[in-house]
Design a protein around this ligand. Structure first.
Ligand SMILES: Nc1ncnc2c1ncn2[C@@H]1O[C@H](COP(=O)(O)OP(=O)(O)OP(=O)(O)O)[C@@H](O)[C@H]1O
Ligand SMILES: *[C@@H]1O[C@H](CO)[C@@H](O)[C@H](O)[C@H]1NC(C)=O
Ligand SMILES: *[C@@H]1O[C@H](CO)[C@@H](O)[C@H](O)[C@H]1NC(C)=O
Ligand SMILES: *[C@@H]1O[C@H](CO)[C@@H](O)[C@H](O)[C@H]1NC(C)=O
Ligand SMILES: *[C@@H]1O[C@H](CO)[C@@H](O)[C@H](O)[C@H]1NC(C)=O
Ligand SMILES: *[C@@H]1O[C@H](CO)[C@@H](O)[C@H](O)[C@H]1NC(C)=O
Length: 680
């Protein structure tokens, strides 16, 4: 084998005037790391080699990305000289990994073993669902020349992920060409399938990736640590990597990882790689130890602590309590016994005060129906937060309120604004959220000032994102959560322009402590389903109605209720419907797009908007169906004109909405007038 390679090398030097190979022969064609102590991996982002020799890609901090690359690149294709020439050579990789997620329901985003051009730059990649490889625009670009094997711990509908625990083959995109749930075929016993959980904490697992350059076959196997490589691969797929890897470039091999908004830690314990042969064996016995997942039990040291240390401890405790008492006096807040269990979700007023520079008005980012929102930076973690101050005098229901805040804080999804915690003072409640640097969507749609016009691609992605967030609330959480107040001002954009639904579930919370004798309509006029006027009952289908209005609004760039010159009000959905009947629906599209949009997508979204905002609730699709329509996985049913021809406004008036609609002040922006009684 070696002399064949040598001949190629000589031909290369003598004949073709190509740059010399950097990974030509012998030892450079393979490597093995049984632990990473003393290794020369090229690291970036959060990646570090720990003292014990672990490759720690992420450490649990949110929105981290990390890359670890073997320092020497490889020539994946032989120079074009003789017959069999250009095909990508066979290669194999093997590695041992572990993923730690404190909350099994919210684990992101995984690890990718990748092969990419040596000069490929990951600095533009996002630390989120793109697992540190791409961003919204580079995902799917054939110019990436990237092959990856993803260990994905999060189901992302945008990439048509099959589940939240899968292995996939990625070519230039996170939408895998083939994927399967994690597991292995047992060589012992019945040769049956055994599933594995990727986020297995302290139980490391081994993965083998083999590419056969002759058969153009990619095989992936995995198994619990110490088990031999299963003879039947978990996933086997045929793909000619010669269409991916160019002939002129050296290629690097490495790992990529990202946490997004999930608290997860990603580790690689050992790694090997070889060209033209099986990956060298990793010495399992030499692998570094993983950090203990939950260091609960008392260390033995406690028993032999010398009295001096105890004294130091007591003094420290005394100092801490002194400081604490002083702080309590300076920054008074309410803290009752029942709140102890919510400890981790409770922020101190002092921290919030300092984070926002004492709630200075320069830090005010918005005023909503329920209170003011301030931007802040937590002093300890440097995390950017948004603090919403809601005035709330009522003692009644406070315990349930906080319990719900905490339970909502457990919801984690890339299309939801994470609620981090709360703080309570006399007469007010402070809710702490992740800060969304690109503000709320309504400002992008209507703000004529500094904001750039959103193009259709961005709008379509925003719509899909919100659908995905809503799917999570309606169907993927342990109980159904009705948002109750979907509207463009409750859709926020993070620094990657991902759309995130804010304020979920809280609309109902604001009702606590209000006078139970009066019915309060929580929600925003223009987004309220007709049946809501009848029974004031929020259901997933009333959310779908509001979602329908929302997507029409995003596509048309107009508010749900518009003022027309005669002083009348025009309801967006009726206007779109009229144009639909007249066959002029594309005239409703936001003129600011100047006709630059994908006609099929726009047409589908407008039709979906009408379908979702159908006055009859049972004609509306579920959010799961909506996702399928948006992803093109299912064709939309035809709108039957006879069933949809009555005007929403007329219908709403019949249902007792007239007073709301008619008394709606024209000078007031709809997004700022929730039809609710604020509990005060
Ligand atoms: N997490 C956040 N990050 C950045 N800005 C935010 C955040 N939350 C809210 N804002 C800003 O503050 C404004 C007010 O938000 P808020 O949710 O209080 O009101 P709203 O959505 O306009 O109305 P409502 O109170 O009826 O929901 C938003 O429009 C947005 O610009
Ligand atoms: C790392 O690089 C240094 C200097 O370039 C070299 O001396 C050392 O042997 C390398 N170590 C490994 C494990 O490759
Ligand atoms: C995690 O890594 C980041 C840098 O990427 C660092 O700022 C942070 O302090 C680390 N956190 C812990 C718990 O080690
Ligand atoms: C996306 O990534 C590409 C390639 O890395 C980069 O050129 C581009 O600037 C990035 N876009 C954003 C919005 O970061
Ligand atoms: C894993 O296997 C068990 C039984 O072996 C099965 O009950 C369970 O549904 C499987 N889980 C997944 C996610 O397939
Ligand atoms: C690659 O595939 C060819 C053709 O199917 C087969 O003959 C060869 O043994 C395979 N190589 C390896 C290393 O499995």
């Amino acid at each position: 084998m070696l002399h064949v390679k040598l001949i190629f090398f000589l031909v290369l030097l003598a004949g073709a005037n190509l740059p010399a190979c950097s990974a030509g022969g012998g030892d450079d064609d393979q490597f093995v790391y049984s632990g990473f102590t003393g290794s020369n991996l090229t690291l970036d982002g959060a990646a570090v080699i720990t003292r014990t020799g672990l490759l720690e890609l992420t450490n649990g901090t949110l929105r981290q990305k990390a890359h670890a690359v073997h320092p020497v690149p490889f020539r994946l294709r032989r120079p074009p000289s003789s017959s069999s020439t250009e095909a990508v050579r066979s290669f194999s990789a093997s590695f041992v990994f572990a993923i730690l997620c404190p909350d099994a329901d919210a684990c992101g985003h995984g690890i990718v073993l990748f092969v990419a051009p040596a000069d490929h730059d990951f600095s533009g990649a996002f630390p989120s669902q793109y697992i540190g490889l791409f961003n919204g625009s580079s995902n799917g670009d054939a110019g990436n020349h990237l092959f990856g094997v993803e260990l994905d711990t999060d189901q992302n509908n945008e990439f048509r992920d099959i589940d939240g625990n899968h292995v996939g083959v990625d070519i230039n995109s996170l939408t895998s060409i083939d994927s399967t749930s994690a597991g292995y075929y047992d060589d012992a016993g019945d040769h049956g399938f055994r599933n594995l959980t990727l986020a297995s904490h302290d139980k490391a697992m081994q993965v083998w990736v083999d590419y056969n350059g002759t058969a153009k076959q990619i095989n992936i196997a995995m198994a619990p640590l110490k088990m031999a490589k299963p003879s039947k691969p978990l996933l086997s797929t045929t793909y000619d990597l010669s269409t991916v890897f160019t002939i002129d470039k050296p290629y690097k091999v490495g790992f990529s990882s990202a946490t997004g908004s999930f608290n997860s830690k990603h580790y690689v314990l050992g790694w090997s790689f070889a060209m033209d042969g099986p990956a060298p064996a990793i010495d399992i016995d030499k692998l570094p130890k993983l950090p203990r997942f939950a260091p609960k039990h008392k260390p033995k040291l406690v028993e032999i602590i010398p009295p001096l240390a105890t004294a130091t401890f007591i003094i420290a405790l005394g100092t801490v309590s002194f400081v604490w008492v002083r702080r309590r006096m300076r920054y008074t807040e309410l803290l009752e016994d029942w709140e102890v269990e919510f400890g981790p979700h409770r922020f101190s007023y002092k921290d919030l005060f300092h984070a926002t520079d004492g709630f200075k008005s320069v830090n005010l980012v918005g005023v909503g129906g329920f209170g003011r929102v301030y931007k802040g930076v937590l002093p300890s973690s440097k995390l950017e937060i948004a603090v919403k101050r809601v005035s709330h005098d009522s003692k009644q229901g406070m315990k349930e309120f906080i319990a719900e805040v905490v339970s909502i804080g457990r919801l984690q999804h890339r299309n939801l604004v994470q609620l981090l915690g709360y703080c309570r003072r006399k007469g007010e409640l402070l809710l702490v959220y992740e800060y969304m640097s690109n503000g709320s969507l309504d400002k992008h749609l209507y703000g004529d000032d500094d904001k750039q016009i959103l193009d259709w691609g961005q709008r379509f992605r925003i719509i899909k994102g919100i659908a995905s967030g809503l799917l999570y609330l309606h169907e993927e959480w342990e109980k159904v959560i009705v948002h109750r107040d979907i509207k463009t001002s409750n859709v926020l954009l993070d620094n990657e322009m991902n759309s995130r639904l804010g304020d979920f579930g809280l609309a109902r919370l604001y009702d606590h402590g209000a006078d139970p004798q009066t019915t309060h309509v929580v929600g925003t006029i223009g987004y309220l389903a007709p049946e809501f006027g009848r029974n004031s009952k929020a259901t997933p289908l009333t959310d779908i109605f509001a979602f329908g209005i929302f997507i029409l609004e995003v596509t048309c760039g107009r508010r749900p209720i518009m003022e027309v010159p005669q002083g009348d009000q025009l309801v967006l959905v009726d206007w779109v419907l009229e144009n639909w009947h007249r066959g002029s629906i594309l005239e409703t599209v936001d003129p600011k797009l100047h006709g630059n949009y994908n006609v099929d997508e726009v047409y589908m979204v407008l039709k979906l908007g009408l379908l979702c905002s159908h006055p009859l609730s049972n004609a509306r699709p579920t959010i799961r169906q909506v996702m399928k329509y948006l992803n093109g996985d299912m064709a939309m049913p035809e709108l039957v004109p006879t069933h949809h021809s009555f005007h929403t406004l007329a219908l709403m008036q019949n249902q007792g909405f007239d007073s709301y609609v008619m008394s709606y002040p024209s000078s007031m922006a709809p997004s700022l007038s929730p039809m609710s009684n604020l509990s005060a």
